[in-house]
Design a protein around this ligand. Structure first.
Ligand code: GLU
Length: 278
């Protein structure tokens, strides 16, 4: 098969750790073994967190690991118009959400039966059925709003959906398990879910390789593909590298950066071996 296209899509808001190395290597090897293409995408929609030194470190770390990728690299912050166009197509299935994090937490605390999904409490729907006059009043008052997908409405249009995971087989999509996700944030005209789905299609990605921490996100991505008439890639949600205490490596939990491991004398060969044994 020569039409395999994979990608590694890091966010430049920290340095890469071993978990990223595993993701990048999985995508790179899958493309290489199939005689296909390996792409790199910089997921920097959150301009407040993205930093050029982190982006440069991504290139340095991947090159050190022996990876090569096609250029030019797609940088999401240069393509907000693509995400806005996709969002406009979903207009009748979305609604403005004026809630603050506090509003949402208070509502969840008030309703003990608030629905929960694999990633915690779901958005409790406060703004889903706001009367039009109320929406208008809040727009006019200049209140900031996010745009949420009305998942129930969207699923009614899309019908039952499936995707294929290379490790887990055929998966029935369950987008409702994530609730009315945000498609455009108050401060950013898109969201992870929308940008990643649009880009994987635009870049012709045929196999999405990423950690299983993002497995559930695929339920929503599959729904967005159906709503936007996008091709459906194959998925490979690989296992995660955990520390000695069994906790998955994460920037937020202080996982050692590849560049620090390198400075401490770890070789690229050792990193590749660590990824292989994960
Ligand atoms: N940008 C995401 C991250 O760094 C990964 C997105 C993906 O692979 O779908 O966690």
């Amino acid at each position: 098969m020569t039409d395999t296209t994979t990608r590694f899509a890091p966010s430049p808001n920290g340095f890469l750790h071993l978990g990223h190395a595993l993701s990048a290597l999985t995508g790179f090897r899958a493309a290489r073994d199939a005689g296909g293409r390996f792409l790199l995408r910089i997921e920097d929609i959150d301009l407040t967190r993205a930093r050029p030194e982190f982006e440069q470190a991504i290139y340095d770390d991947l090159a050190w690991l022996g990876l090569t990728w096609e250029t030019p690299v797609r940088r999401q912050s240069e393509h907000f118009d693509d995400y806005e166009a996709a969002l406009a197509r979903l207009d009748r299935l979305t609604y403005p959400c004026f809630c603050t994090r506090k509003d949402i937490e208070a509502e969840i605390a008030r309703s003990p039966a608030a629905p929960h999904g694999p990633e915690g409490a779901l958005y409790p729907g406060i703004c889903r059925h706001l009367p039009e006059a109320e929406r208008r009043r809040r727009f006019d008052a200049g209140e900031k709003y996010a745009v949420r997908l009305d998942v129930a409405k969207a699923m009614a249009i899309a019908g039952p959906l499936h995707w294929h995971d290379r490790l887990k087989g055929d998966i029935a999509a369950d987008p409702a398990s994530l609730g009315d996700v945000v498609l455009a944030r108050k401060d950013i005209p898109t969201s992870y879910h929308l940008a990643v789905t649009v880009d994987d299609a635009l870049q012709g990605v045929t196999l999405v390789t990423r950690g299983e921490d993002l497995f559930h996100a695929t339920h929503i991505h599959r729904l967005l593909q159906a709503l936007l008439d996008l091709p459906v890639p194959d998925y490979w949600h690989h296992g995660l590298i955990r520390d000695a205490a069994g906790i998955r490596l994460a920037k937020s939990k202080g996982a050692p950066a590849l560049r620090d491991l390198r400075a401490a004398g770890m070789t690229a060969e050792e990193v590749r071996a660590r990824a292989d044994s994960a």
